[in-house]
Design a protein around this ligand. Structure first.
Ligand code: BGC
Ligand code: CA
Length: 290
């Protein structure tokens, strides 16, 4: 166990999508609203940021090299140095009020990502699966805000959040990528817990959930039982992933969006990147196989 430590003090509007790149010993993460990608080498403390012409809402490593990510309306190949976004598969180009949100690659190299209504009112968001052959599949619909796909250790359960209704759902995941048996895994009450945001599964098959507006991470057993609560010094905790040379550090993103001057004064580290060593390890970051 360790203390939660702020490792990059920065007022990210919407820090999200932490991704550990083992071959570089570096953590990448995005600030959706500031259209940025950030990179930190924890060992040296070296930091770098790139600003794009449009938001990158989630980022993944590609087996063939480089990055793939979700942008406002689709999946794209991303080149940081040239700041190029090369569209791969357009999605919802007819829905201007929507944008992509969270996304994650599973153990089979498939990219799962969902969309949301920017006004956070209409249930126009959909969870998609992009297979390595670049075929696009609709997984689940009618979300105001999709969030946090995550996968159990054996790959047979997919977790996904309806952030506005407060549900973390579990689905049975078949080998071919189809899901069945959607059921509530847990439900948060916004006033008390905040909204379920990003999440990751550890090497003991437990689920770490970021509470947006709830100022904490929670570790759940596969049964849904709460095993640990980790308070953060900021309200809007958006996502987490394991990284570090031993995969024993949780990297945690946060957001400063929609906070008043008084709230920002009270929680001055809002938007910053945090680290915590929970005493359990995570899994290597899967790469998109397309
Ligand atoms: C979305 C935000 C939203 C937040 C709260 C994030 O994943 O990107 O726009 O406000 O979740 O649920
Ligand atoms: Ca999110």
């Amino acid at each position: 166990m360790s203390e939660v430590t702020c490792i990059w003090q920065i007022p990210a509007q919407l820090g999200e999508g932490p991704l550990w790149a083992a071959q570089e010993n570096a953590l990448y993460w995005v600030d959706i609203l500031n259209r940025q990608v950030h990179r930190l080498e924890p060992a040296s403390g070296q930091k770098r940021s790139w600003t794009f012409s449009e938001p990158i809402t989630s980022l993944a490593l590609r087996q063939s090299g480089g990055f793939v990510g979700t942008v406002t309306h689709g999946f794209a190949a991303i080149d940081l140095d040239s700041r190029t976004i090369e569209p791969l598969v357009p999605v919802e180009t007819d829905l201007p009020d929507n944008r992509f949100n969270d996304g994650k690659v599973d153990g089979y190299g498939r990219y799962w990502a969902g969309t949301m209504n920017r006004q956070e009112k209409e249930a126009s968001g959909t969870l998609y699966r992009l297979d390595p052959d670049l075929s696009l599949h609709t997984v689940d619909e009618e979300y105001i805000i999709t969030n946090g796909p995550a996968f159990s250790l054996d790959g047979t359960t997919m977790y996904h959040n309806d952030s506005v209704k407060g549900f973390v759902y579990a689905f049975d995941l078949q080998d071919d990528g189809t899901v069945r048996g959607k059921r509530p895994f847990t439900q948060l009450t916004f006033a008390k817990d905040g909204a379920p945001d990003g999440m990751t599964v550890d090497s003991e098959n437990c689920l770490w959930l970021a509470h947006y507006g709830g100022a904490r991470l929670t570790r759940f057993a596969p049964t849904g039982e709460i095993l640990e609560v980790v308070p953060l010094p900021v309200p809007n905790v958006t996502s987490c992933t394991f990284g570090g040379p031993n995969l024993d550090t949780l990297y945690i993103t946060t957001a400063a969006q929609n906070m008043s001057a008084a709230e920002l004064e009270k929680y001055p580290l809002s938007g910053s990147l945090f680290a915590y060593q929970p005493g359990v390890k995570g899994l290597p970051t899967p790469q998109f196989a397309g």
